[in-house]
Design a binder for this molecule. Structure first.
Ligand SMILES: [Zn+2]
Length: 83
């Protein structure tokens, strides 16, 4: 991912900067944490992913959906509060 500065499209005030972010993808009751680089607005925090990254997310989602998760490592259990 190349370093590039853009005006934020969301707030129109901030500039975007490449940062390490954590993205959470969810599929049914499963979630995948992905550490990835994104352009983040220094004003409103809006994130922008490049097309390559978006394709990568889609690929991971598909693998999760198909149960084909050879490169996915379980890291814990997700809970919800019983109602
Ligand atoms: Zn912004």
């Amino acid at each position: 991912m190349k370093e590039k500065i853009h005006k934020c499209l969301n707030c129109g005030i901030g500039n975007t900067k490449i940062k390490d972010v954590q993205k959470i993808l969810s599929m049914n009751s499963d979630t995948v944490l992905i550490n990835i680089k994104a352009e983040v607005c220094d004003h409103c925090g809006e994130r922008y992913y490049d097309p390559e990254t978006v394709r990568y997310f889609e690929k991971i989602k598909l693998e999760l959906k198909n149960g084909n998760s050879s490169q996915l490592i379980p890291v814990g259990t997700s809970y919800k509060v019983a109602s």
